[in-house]
Design a protein around this ligand. Sequence first.
Ligand SMILES: Nc1ncnc2c1ncn2[C@@H]1O[C@H](COP(=O)(O)OP(=O)(O)OP(=O)(O)O)[C@@H](O)[C@H]1O
Ligand SMILES: [Mg+2]
Length: 287
Amino acid sequence: MAKKTKDDIPMGPTGRPYHGFDIPAPLSSHGPARIIALCNQKGGVGKTTTSINLAAALAEYGRRVLAVDFDPQGALSAGLGIPTHDIPTIYDLLLDPKRDAHDVIVQSATSNLDVLPANIDLSAAEVHLVNEVARETILSRVLRQVAGEYDVILIDCQPSLGLLTVNALTAAHGVLIPLECEFFALRGVALLIETIDKVRDRLNPAIKLDGVLATMYDPRTLHSREVLERVVEAFGDDVLETVIGRTVKFPDASVSGVPITEFAPEHPAAQAYLRLARELVSRGAVA
Ligand SMILES: Nc1ncnc2c1ncn2[C@@H]1O[C@H](COP(=O)(O)OP(=O)(O)OP(=O)(O)O)[C@@H](O)[C@H]1O
Ligand SMILES: [Mg+2]
């Protein structure tokens, strides 16, 4: 039986009372988008899984969502069932700012959820952009074309702190940091925070840390619980109350090319992403 607080609310895994968060009220109008970058230079921590499923959860609550695939691996595009071979991608927009982003955006099978796809071409972007004037603000200029039409734009960053990620941080209003509840979860996070601070100082004074999201949590292992405890010690209330459990449903859903909220809507993992969406609305990170 989970521990209870004095008001008889069960204690959540982050050591705070477990709130369900209210279902967000429908929006009467849409846009301009709040832009959130999902960043962690450590690989395999759940950036793409969170981008896909948070995007789908927000779309389910009637938010108009654009998911930006900003990783040459194209995992976000693939996870939303979008074939990326031989189509225009975000890379074309970065290279040619006169190109219309509307021509590159693809509708996903989920209503309210559009995708700006990427493929391996994007791996050449850093080399091409390094000599550009204002090379850090190129993505920001691309997203400006369409921000008015969406309520939220999620950018799925690649596992690096290079020029593409700096572009994402420069375009964003907020950053969401997924951390895997595993060995070395906090290793490298200081460097990530330092990078965000530098971007705030030099390029994007308004950028905020929207939250740290614990992923792949397994309450049965002492290790997972200890890592989460240390993450809470390090980040306090910036750690989101919603924690994403470890489950094989995610790899399964990715293979099928649909978000977990559609693949297995009743599964606790789908419910966790819906709750994350509600928590971010309640924190004001999303309209
Ligand atoms: N909560 C979870 N439980 C179990 N497996 C998960 C969970 N979240 C993600 N995964 C799996 O872990 C792997 C890495 O996840 P994901 O691709 O989302 O991480 P990433 O941070 O985007 O990785 P990269 O840095 O390579 O882009 C994937 O195979 C994914 O299906
Ligand atoms: Mg990824």
